[in-house]
Write a new protein. Structure first.
Length: 320
């Protein structure tokens, strides 16, 4: 259906059309979008669209309408969706500071969505374990704006494990997966699942990186083998993605909660990974890796009791 006016949107809502379908149909209504200068969520606000606690609301980022959007539109709509969702939940902005004993941890609200995990077959550097599938992240959550830093680790654990010590705002590293569980148990946070991690990294995009496909832009977003000078760097020095998250590409790999499996299941909702396995998922690439390993879809793993100078982690928690 093509909406020609706000009244059309209101009528569709009264008929019980789902939120994800409504968004998709608005994206197919260029005349209405032009009236509002492309501001998708201004249209929904004007139409009186509100979160309903009894209704699961999310955007379908696997739809043809979404996938055909120019990159900059995917990014701007994702950012607008995040802000709209936060306001609907009573937050003035999609950001919150969590107290971490003697340190603070900034987090960003991540709204629910259906997205395409994995990479298309023609993506440069693609591995066989990146098969595409639809994944629904059905609940909003808070995600760390940055990887956990040395200062934050020390505030909870009272020691500094890092190979690159001395600068507290570098990401902590030389922590294995079991270490991260101790940190999370003491601090009240958790690791992201692999499904959540790729969704937050992509932040609405369907390209190789959260900023597109151009390798020439990677140094603006990531510390990797060509620009990191064989070391980690302060968090937040590069550009953020559309969710406002930094260093999702490069600097340090990030532990996920899942056990690794070479080929995951088909379409899933809130996947948790297999119940057992020899390795745990790590994502994002690091200061020591080439560009291809920093792609949004690149998958890797490590033994849960192995500590290295290129693996750290990021935390998440439920919305209060």
């Amino acid at each position: 259906m093509v909406y020609r006016s706000i009244e059309d949107v209101k009528k569709a809502r009264r008929k019980g059309i789902s939120f994800e379908r409504m968004v998709d149909e608005v994206l197919k209504s260029p005349g209405l979008l032009n009236q509002y200068e492309g501001h998708l969520f201004e249209i929904l606000n004007t139409a009186g669209m509100q979160l309903n606690p009894k209704e699961s609301i999310w955007i379908d980022m696997t739809s043809e309408s979404w996938r055909k959007l120019p990159l900059e539109k995917q990014q701007s709509y994702t950012s607008d969706y995040q802000s709209w969702y936060a306001q609907q939940m009573g937050f003035s902005e999609p950001k919150q500071i969590k107290s971490l004993l003697t340190s603070d941890l900034e987090m960003r609200l991540i709204p629910p969505a259906l997205y395409l995990q994995g990479s298309p077959e023609d993506e440069k550097g693609r591995d066989e374990n990146e098969q595409q599938r639809r994944v629904l992240i059905s609940r909003p959550f808070w995600c760390g704006t940055y990887a956990v830093t040395g200062a934050q680790w020390n505030a909870v654990m009272q020691y500094d494990p890092s190979y690159f010590p001395g600068i507290e705002q570098r990401p902590v590293e030389k922590v294995h997966w079991l270490d991260t569980q101790l940190f999370c148990n003491r601090s009240g946070f958790r690791l992201l699942t692999e499904g959540e991690w790729e969704y937050t990294c992509r932040s609405g995009t369907t390209t190789a990186y959260s900023f597109g496909n151009e390798l020439s832009e990677l140094p603006d977003y990531a510390w990797f083998s060509k620009n990191a000078n064989n070391q980690t760097h302060l968090v937040g020095q590069k550009k953020a993605n559309a969710f406002g998250l930094y260093d999702m590409h490069g600097n340090v790999w990030e532990w996920c909660s899942d056990c690794y499996q070479e080929f995951y299941e088909a379409e899933e909702t809130d996947p948790q990974g297999p119940k057992s396995g020899a390795g745990r998922v790590i994502r994002g690439g690091s200061w020591s890796n080439p560009a291809g390993r920093c792609r949004s879809a690149y998958r890797f793993w490590s033994e849960p009791n192995r500590r290295t100078s290129y693996v750290g982690f990021r935390v998440a928690c439920a919305i209060d």
